[in-house]
Design a protein around this ligand. Structure first.
Ligand code: FBP
Length: 264
């Protein structure tokens, strides 16, 4: 495992990953309609220059076109695989760019989704193996795993045992950080964090909710020993993304409660 304490994609060992791969995963109508400016990747790169953001997760085409103008101000988390919402088969996420190409573009870390439980698990584990080994041995790049158990018997399950299994799988197959869905409360998150042992665990943001609900879940994750957050919609779908990032900075890096962060 690559220790992330000294990595540029963390701050004091904690992470706030801004995710912006939704144009591929969900399509523009689903996620960008409510705030049409977010169709423009530059808007989100600008948001990612906020001090609280430790990296920006994007797909190849967006990285290739926009990252060169931001490489002094933004850390790139190259999201190497991804699938569209148009795919109707068993969950699968093909690799869309290589570790080598991501490293050439200046990536500080790579990200990879694995759907354990899918009929495509075997292929995804094999692809992850190749990515993880190349990232570690050739480029010394940390690998963040979007660990999402999903498949015929398990659609989007967020129950405690499944999320703990998700962190453990990430540890076992060589991730340096796991990104998992929030299991709904601090105790369940604590079990998931402990199941990942030394590997940092961050919560996946989810669809937009109120400031208080969102920050309270982040507070619970931090209290549970989590390493932070990977978030998209709950930041850039807001009218004032800087305001929520200010609050997140306090909760993630300064141990503030949701109430304290909102009072500022
Ligand atoms: P959000 O914070 O907007 O949920 O983004 C996190 C993320 O993992 C994105 O990287 C990805 O596009 C999306 O969620 C995938 O969500 P799902 O697979 O649940 O539709």
């Amino acid at each position: 495992m690559i220790p992330l304490e000294d990595s540029p994609v963390t701050r004091d060992g904690k992470a706030l990953i801004l995710a912006y791969d939704h144009g591929l995963e969900h399509g523009p109508s689903a996620d960008f309609d409510s705030v049409p400016e977010t169709l423009d990747p530059e808007q989100v790169f600008d948001i990612a220059t906020h001090d609280a953001v430790t990296s920006l997760a994007v797909q190849k085409g967006v990285a290739e076109t926009y990252y060169p103008s931001y490489d002094d101000d933004v850390n790139l988390l190259a999201k190497l695989n991804g699938t569209s919402n148009l795919w109707m088969g068993e969950p699968h996420s093909p690799q869309n760019w290589s570790v080598e190409y991501a490293a050439e573009l200046g990536a500080d870390a790579v990200g990879y989704t694995v759907y354990s439980g899918s009929n495509n698990e075997k292929d995804m584990y094999e692809d992850f193996r190749d990515v993880q080994e190349e990232a570690h041995s050739e480029y010394d790049l940390p690998v963040v795993m979007w660990s999402y158990p999903r498949g015929q018997g398990l659609k989007n399950d967020t129950k405690e045992s499944v999320i703990a299994y998700a962190t453990r799988i990430a540890l076992e197959i060589g991730a340096d950080m796991a990104k998992v869905k929030y299991p709904g409360n601090r105790e369940s998150m604590e079990w998931a964090v402990r199941s990942g042992a030394e590997m940092p665990v961050v919560m996946s943001g989810g669809s937009k909710v109120s400031d208080y609900e969102f920050l309270s879940s982040v507070e619970a994750v931090m209290d549970a020993g989590g390493a932070g957050l990977a978030v998209g919609r709950n930041v850039w779908q807001r009218d004032e993304p800087e305001r929520i990032l200010d609050a997140l900075e306090q909760v993630i890096f300064e141990e503030a409660t949701a109430d304290e962060a909102l009072d500022e």
